[in-house]
Design a protein around this ligand. Structure first.
Ligand code: HEM
Length: 448
């Protein structure tokens, strides 16, 4: 094999060793063949650009792998009974060599995965990665996002401390608000009227068996689909005549570098910051405030401002919009370009700024002054506190879509970028308000 001449780091990354076929080891051949089941033999240079994908899919995959490995290790010590769960975690933390670190890596990877999956979804949306035959993968992706949330949700209960017990109690009571099916889902999930041994057994089985199988299958299909769809999206002008390089080592080396950086960062963070463990769950002493798991607190915040049926209708509409997105937005130009165009960029900025300004203002106004049921005492609360805010929200969303069309002459796809940015920013703002600015009795407080 030729030795690597001294070059810049960029050239080193792009350098392909010229190994003679007969010198390749068997292991290398097997590894190559495995890699080529997931990746094509060659990839366009543009697909390697870090600032296009931000490696968010790869980072999420690395975290999923870390979770699998640490999860299996945790299973050796964890005992899923309400008498032993908390003690087994305490023993793991204090008596098992590296037990605390393994738990910390599992905990932080799980929380980070929610963020990186969400950011990956944003990236795919903003670059139009769901268009041109990639609709199926977009749908699989939505399924993956839900699976990641379910993983975190079921894992939350397992330590059986006060934090876990009450977060799951609050979250499952939110689920029971879903019309028609909600109460049944909540009762089946808890295997009874409240969080107890039935719930712990159910959550454990879902967490260590059902969800891993479903996620592995969905992830396998997701990766295969990326390959089947001709690699990741890229600008139209590059299709067909893009400069291509071999997957090995160009793509694989980058993937390994990102994976190594993620693992190193999580291990160091896990050493500095152990996973939290509050006192043993006490079903008779509810903390104040009792909040849902952090990733559902945005939903809990929404429920503080409108009737549950109206809030659920809004969420179903937004989720439905995401599901039909590949059919709703069929503009195929500008794929692979962030925000589509200058008009799309302005729409996104407007959507995000409107959300950052308006949502906190509305939350504060609702807390301090607005009391719709008192303003319309003759009307049922479903109308005063449900239909009225829902109609207000829908009119607001229509305006967020219409303003860029009128002001920036944005096309349908570019205006949708504004609408989507508004919705995603609102989810983030509500989550921040609920997690940081809500104190005892869920009143608004300053965190400092
Ligand atoms: C555990 C969660 C997930 C993992 C590990 C994952 C992994 C990946 C990877 C490695 C890629 C290749 C390109 C890249 O790195 O960006 C990719 C592409 C893609 N992902 Fe995901 N993904 C996940 C969740 C999602 C979600 C939530 C969505 C959207 C709802 C999604 C939709 C897509 C689509 C449409 C592509 C093709 C994008 C393009 O061609 O530009 N994925 N995913």
């Amino acid at each position: 094999m030729r030795s690597l001449p001294l070059r810049s780091w960029k050239e080193r990354l792009l350098y392909t060793p010229q190994a003679e076929p007969e010198t390749r080891s068997r292991i290398r051949a097997v590894t190559d063949s495995l890699i080529l089941h997931v990746h094509p033999a060659k990839v366009p240079v543009s697909a390697l650009r870090f600032t296009y994908t931000w490696a968010l899919g790869g980072i999420s995959a690395t975290l999923a792998l870390l979770l699998l490995v640490t999860g299996v290790l945790l299973m050796f010590r964890y005992e899923p009974t309400i008498e032993r769960a908390y003690t087994s975690i305490q023993q793991l933390e204090t008596q098992v060599v590296f037990g605390s670190l393994v738990r910390a890596i599992h905990h932080w990877s799980a929380n980070l995965l929610v963020l990186t999956t969400f950011l990956h979804l944003l990236r795919v949306f903003l670059t139009g990665g769901y268009k041109k035959g990639r609709a199926v993968n977009w749908l699989i992706g939505i399924g993956l996002m839900l699976l990641v949330l379910l993983f975190n949700f079921t894992g939350y209960l397992l330590p059986w401390d006060q934090l876990a017990y009450w977060a799951i109690t609050v979250s499952t009571s939110l689920i029971s608000y879903v019309p028609v099916i909600g109460p049944t889902i909540s009762r089946v999930a808890l295997a009874g009227p409240e969080v107890g041994q039935g719930a712990l057994s159910n959550f454990y089985a879902l967490h260590v068996a059902v969800l891993p199988v479903m996620t592995t299958a969905a992830l396998g299909y997701h990766f295969w689909r990326v390959r089947k769809d001709g690699g990741i999206s890229r600008p139209e002008r590059e299709e067909g005549r893009a400069e291509r390089v071999t997957t090995m080592p160009h793509l694989v080396r980058r993937e390994l570098a990102v994976a190594a950086a993620v693992i190193a960062a999580i291990v160091i963070w896990g050493m500095l910051q152990p996973a939290p463990l509050a006192e043993l769950a006490n079903p008779t002493r509810s903390p104040n405030p009792a909040k849902a798991a952090w990733f559902f607190v945005g939903l809990q915040e929404l429920l503080l401002h409108m009737d549950t049926l109206a809030a659920m209708a809004l969420i179903v509409l937004v989720l439905g919009g995401m599901v039909i997105l590949p059919r709703w937005d069929r503009h195929e130009e500008n794929i692979g370009i962030y925000f589509r165009s200058p008009a799309g960029r302005r729409s996104a900025l407007l959507g995000a700024l409107l959300s950052i300004d308006l949502v906190p203002l509305l939350v504060f106004a609702d807390e301090a002054w607005i009391d719709l049921p008192a303003m319309f005492p003759a009307w049922p609360t479903l109308v005063s506190n449900g239909l009225i805010p829902l109609a207000g929200a829908l009119i607001g969303l229509a305006a967020v879509y219409a303003i860029p069309r009128k002001v920036f002459k944005a096309n349908h796809s570019e205006a949708l970028v504004g609408l989507f940015s508004f919705l995603m920013a609102s989810l983030v703002v509500l989550t921040i308000i609920g997690n940081i600015f809500r104190g005892p009795n869920m009143a608004l407080v300053l965190p400092f």
